[in-house]
Design a protein around this ligand. Structure first.
Ligand code: PFF
Length: 460
């Protein structure tokens, strides 16, 4: 049948450990780091947010990352089949995670496409004076009832380009496609980003921006929603509990230092994220300085508005702003594209294994279906509205639910904690103690259940 791989199957693998690490960093470092983290941290206690954030990283982020790696590496398949090999009924969980990833991919692709457009617009500051009007009006054409269901070509063209690029990379496969893209893009991204942060820090007002971001509001720590935000940010940012890291780990060679690689990926991701916070807020400090207002009085510090309305306005005011803008939007494209690839590889590999498809057929099927949905949704004017709802549901409720089910199913229902721990320790130099199973089996699910209940109460 299609559920057991033939013994002689040659799995297309990462050709070296650095390839895997760069690809895993590529998946982790994305839009979540650049446009999600700074705003979330700012709204959730500033400097004080770093405490729940780091606790979330250590108590849940790294343990679940290891769990994803252990499942993928031991059972050598994309999420649904890997879970099925662990215990037959668990396959459903794999499909749930892949479904969640798919939902994210549809809107994530739209934001990458917008970034691609803005990369081009940055050369001549095409957005003009009224950046909000440009983004929602001229670019997205929101709120024009006549065209609310017509496809807006300014968005459709970059979307088609993004999906075509995804198709090519997936069709080339893990070693010749995904690894290559990451080996080139990630170093480029790091260089571009360091350049942006250094430039931002030399702008007048930068220090005020950093003050605004890092001044701790300790009372935020008493707010459960702040803790939810910290855990949700860690899950989204590390790409964990989505079935995606299971899939990436399944392409590792049998002898591979899994936990040590995981530590590198987790700390690289958080470093990048904090650096992004510094860069973004230094830039906002400059903006506030130009307008002679306090950073706290600025509007549009989070979400799509930050990148596509506020930043363009800042860029227009900056000496040499077009260079800054070109590099900023290039960084968004690089970071977003490498994350998008990981999601679609997860979906395509799952289809491939389930239906016994060839790699290219699976890539084509997944790219065509998701491209059609994302073009239908996001190149019409309803896209901006859909984005917020989908992000709320998938990133706060969906992913927390996924992490709860995953840890409970593995540790309690099928009791695979010890087997997986030994699997990790057999291949890795960084050894995982029993505390790992305790965290996954008790602390993480208990805490997440409390958070999810609270979240659902506030949502309804
Ligand atoms: N980690 C990515 C980011 O921070 O933007 C987003 C992401 C990628 C989420 C892959 C989930 C996923 F499976």
């Amino acid at each position: 049948g299609t559920n057991t791989a033939p013994a002689a199957e040659q799995r297309d693998t990462w050709t070296h450990n650095t390839g895997f690490i760069l690809a895993a960093i590529g998946s982790a470092v994305g839009l979540g780091n650049i446009w999600r983290f700074p705003g979330v941290a700012y709204e959730s206690g500033g400097g004080a947010f770093l405490i729940p954030y780091l606790l979330a990283l250590l108590t849940a982020g790294i343990p679940i990352l290891f769990l994803d790696y252990a499942i993928g590496h031991r059972y050598r398949a994309a999420a649904p089949l890997a879970y099925r090999r662990m215990a037959k009924p668990a396959e459903t969980l794999g499909w749930f995670q892949i479904g969640l990833s798919f939902v994210i991919a549809v809107y994530y692709a739209a934001v990458v496409a917008w970034s691609l457009s803005y990369f081009v617009y940055a050369f001549d500051l095409r957005w003009g004076e009224d950046t909000l009007g440009f983004f929602t009006g001229e670019y997205l054409q929101v709120g024009d009832p006549e065209i609310s269901t017509t496809i807006v070509s300014s968005v459709a063209i970059p979307l088609v380009l993004v999906w075509a690029a995804i198709l090519v990379v997936l069709a080339l496969g893990v070693s010749r496609g995904v690894q290559r893209v990451n080996v080139i893009f990630i170093p480029l991204l790091v260089v571009a980003f360091l350049g942006l942060v250094i430039r931002a820090l030399t702008l007048p007002g930068a220090a005020d921006g950093l003050d605004a971001l890092f001044t701790p509001n300790w009372s935020a720590l008493l707010d459960l929603n702040v803790w939810i935000s910290a855990y949700a940010q860690i899950f989204f940012s590390l790409s964990i509990a989505f079935g995606i890291m299971v899939t990436y780990a399944s392409f590792q060679r049998r002898k591979a230092n899994m936990t040590s690689s995981g530590l590198v990926v987790a700390f690289a991701n958080s470093s990048f994220e904090i650096l992004a916070g510094i860069g973004v807020f230094a830039t906002l400090g400059f903006f506030a300085h130009q307008q002679q207002v306090a950073v706290a009085d600025l509007e549009g510090l989070t979400g799509p508005i930050l990148s596509f309305v506020t930043f363009p306005a800042v860029i227009s005011e900056m000496p040499g702003g077009n260079i800054f803008g070109v590099v900023f939007f290039a960084a968004l494209v690089l970071a977003g594209f490498t994350s998008l690839i990981s999601i679609l590889l997860g979906v395509a590999a799952s289809m491939q294994e389930k239906f016994g498809l060839g790699r290219r057929t699976a890539a084509l099927a997944v790219a065509v279906v998701s491209a059609s949905i994302s073009i239908a949704l996001f190149s019409t004017t309803s896209g901006l509205l859909a984005l917020d709802t989908v992000d709320q549901f998938a990133n706060n409720v969906g992913i927390v639910l996924s992490a709860i089910v995953m840890t409970v199913v593995v540790v309690w229902v099928f009791r695979r904690g010890e087997v997986l721990r030994q699997h990790l320790n057999a291949v890795s130099t960084f050894k995982v103690g029993r505390v790992w199973i305790f965290l996954l089996g008790l602390l993480v699910p208990a805490f997440l259940v409390v958070m999810l209940v609270q979240k659902l109460i506030t949502l309804v």
